[in-house]
Design a protein around this ligand. Structure first.
Ligand code: TEU
Length: 574
């Protein structure tokens, strides 16, 4: 017997929200990268009005919440992850009035709004940093991380940086400020100075800013590199691998000494006394399962879930731009470990894609020969696991990597910085075509028409030519499209308790092509089988269920006992 269907939260126009405080357990969250989503005014850059205009699209998809990548005032050195005013909207994106309207329109449609919170660093153009850098005794000096040159060196000479941590965007993570003769820390670009979370006023100011956005009606935060907030006193050097120029900074600043204290304080200061049901998700490069259990244990009152990186790092163990073929056995093992590791405590987030990752269908699927089928298979496998699935704009269309062939086509600071410091070879350009963040940042494909219907102007970054085939208009009209497959998966999470709560068990862990797992809730069993290859794959006898109509499936091209290329099926049994 199946357990009764629970009244999970469902986003539907005009419908009151039902469900528990933990609405996000049965929710699917859609990430909008505003710059590339929809341009309403023809300047070639997406904006808030463009998002408001598309509210019906989200309703059709059935998603529960939208996470907006940063829309705050910003010089856009890192496309908005460099914020110069936390209480203002970037004029290119619109105004605070537009933002308030967006919240109202989406709430009326039953869709929550999640803001990006970038508080490991600000822009160097933020007023706080301008003050901080102005003199050694400025009251805000201590709001950022300032250190003199390494003892025994002269400021400005190579190796004089206070420690050997590298920046994520290449080069040292310290820059010398000539005016005061000290270095400031920037784990990302030199225009993204790290805030000093040791300073009480910094933390108070951040919490106050968060309350200000919650007062405007937002429903939670996705917190950028939030496990980097606490750095150890003394800023020690990282261990140097043989032949390396920079040390391992991660070992010191990922999940640093006071991080749990900060997150618990944030929970108390921002959310504890507030009516409502919010979501918090912390982006955490390098986080382990053991750490995730601490961060997401409800009893500890820190975060609802984290974005972990293990499964999106398996295919480039030797460096950001050095991809190797996917090892499905390793991918399955990793995902299964997280499923099981957070089964009794905490919660998983589920994602293939975001604005920092290449497109999933190009990376894990087969965009050339089986684009539609493999995009649906990836979606099926991810969305039927336990956790909160995230859909990154265009993923639901099966959008592919950008296909850029020249450096002039790239905009991403990470890619361009790397290019400047490297040997500029055709091989490196090919590596960018596989791995650059810009693969995910090309404009959303709305129509088969000019610029994919994204803008009437000149888009800020190129539009892949396959928008003629891969676009929302065409896919909305086709019941067999990738888009409608996502819509069905999103709806199933609202109706089937086993998808939300069922236990997870990986099957045939060592099979290099079969990704199969079982979810169990009481007497209900959900069986997911999928073929991660372009060849037919005979199913083990115990996984065959002839005569049972799948709960969801992509195109069936082989008999019942065989999975066709990239075929995926889910059966509800029991
Ligand atoms: O990313 C953090 C991060 O560590 C990586 O995912 C990063 O994008 C890079 O690829 C490392 O090689 C977050 C944001 O998601 C990203 O867009 C920002 O650039 C970064 O923080 C800084 O705010």
């Amino acid at each position: 017997m199946r357990p009764p269907r629970r009244p999970y939260l469902c986003a539907a126009p005009g419908r009151a929200w039902v469900g528990t405080m933990e609405w996000w357990k049965s929710a699917t969250i859609y990430q909008v990268y505003p710059r590339s989503f929809a341009d309403s005014d023809g300047d070639g850059i997406g904006d808030l009005r463009g998002i408001i205009d598309r509210v019906d699209y989200f309703v059709t998809l059935g998603i529960d919440a939208v996470w907006l990548s940063p829309v705050y005032a910003s010089p856009q050195d890192d496309n908005g992850y460099d914020i110069s005013d936390y209480r203002a909207i970037e004029p290119t994106f619109g105004t605070l009035d537009d933002f308030d309207e967006l919240v109202a329109v989406f709430h009326a449609a039953g869709i929550r709004i999640v803001m990006d919170l970038v508080v490991n660093h600000t822009s160097d153009e933020h007023a706080w940093f301008r003050e901080s850098r102005s003199s050694l005794d400025n009251p805000k000096r201590d709001w950022y991380v300032w250190r003199p040159a390494r003892p025994g060196t002269t400021a400005g000479e190579p190796g004089a940086e206070p420690n050997n941590w590298p920046s994520h965007f290449f080069g040292p993570s310290w820059d010398l400020d000539e005016a005061t003769g000290e270095y400031y820390l920037h784990l990302f670009s030199r225009k993204q100075p790290d805030l000093n979370w040791e300073n009480d006023q910094v933390r108070e100011e951040v919490y106050s800013m968060m309350r200000w956005w919650l007062d405007r009606g937002v429903d939670g935060f996705r917190m950028d590199v939030v496990n980097f907030l606490s750095k150890p006193a003394g800023y020690p050097d990282g261990v140097l691998a043989p032949g390396a120029v920079f040390g391992d900074g991660f070992a010191h600043y990922a999940s640093g000494p006071r991080i749990h204290e900060y997150l618990q304080e944030m929970q108390r200061e921002v959310f504890a006394s507030r009516e409502g049901a919010f979501v918090t998700v912390g982006e955490m490069p390098a986080a382990t399962i053991e750490q995730a259990r601490l961060y997401t244990d409800p009893a500890r009152r820190e975060l609802d879930m984290i974005f972990q990186f293990e499964h999106v790092e398996l295919d480039h163990p030797d460096g950001k731009f050095e991809y190797i073929p996917l090892d499905l056995v390793a991918l399955k093992a990793s995902l299964a470990r997280w499923q099981v590791g957070l089964a009794d405590v905490g919660w998983n987030s589920l994602y293939w894609n975001n604005h920092d990752q290449p497109r999933a269908v190009s990376r894990f699927g087969d965009a050339a020969a089986h684009r539609v089928q493999s995009a649906k298979a990836l979606a099926t496998v991810l969305h039927l696991m336990r956790g909160t699935p995230y859909v990154y704009q265009g993923e639901e269309l099966g959008m592919t990597n950008a296909g850029f062939t020249a450096i002039e086509q790239y905009r991403d600071i990470e890619t361009l910085n790397y290019w400047r410091g490297a040997e500029q070879t055709p091989e490196l350009l090919a590596a960018f075509a596989t791995a650059s963040r810009d693969n995910a940042r090309t404009p959303m494909h709305w129509t088969p028409g000019e610029n994919a219907g994204f803008t009437t102007g000149e888009p800020w970054i190129g539009v892949p030519s396959n928008h003629v085939e891969v676009n929302a208009q065409t896919e909305l009209a086709d019941p067999d499209s990738v888009l409608h497959h996502y819509r069905r998966l999103i709806a199933l999470r609202h109706s089937e308790a086993v998808i939300v709560d069922g236990d997870f068990e990986l099957l045939y862990a060592d099979d290099p092509r079969l990704f199969a797992y079982r979810r169990t809730l009481g007497d209900t069993v959900l069986l997911v089988v999928s073929n991660w290859s372009g060849d037919e794959l005979p199913l083990p006898a115990e996984l065959r269920h002839p005569g049972v109509e799948p709960l969801i499936a992509n195109e069936s091209t082989a008999g019942d006992g065989t999975l066709g290329a990239w075929e995926a099926r889910a059966y509800l049994l029991g």
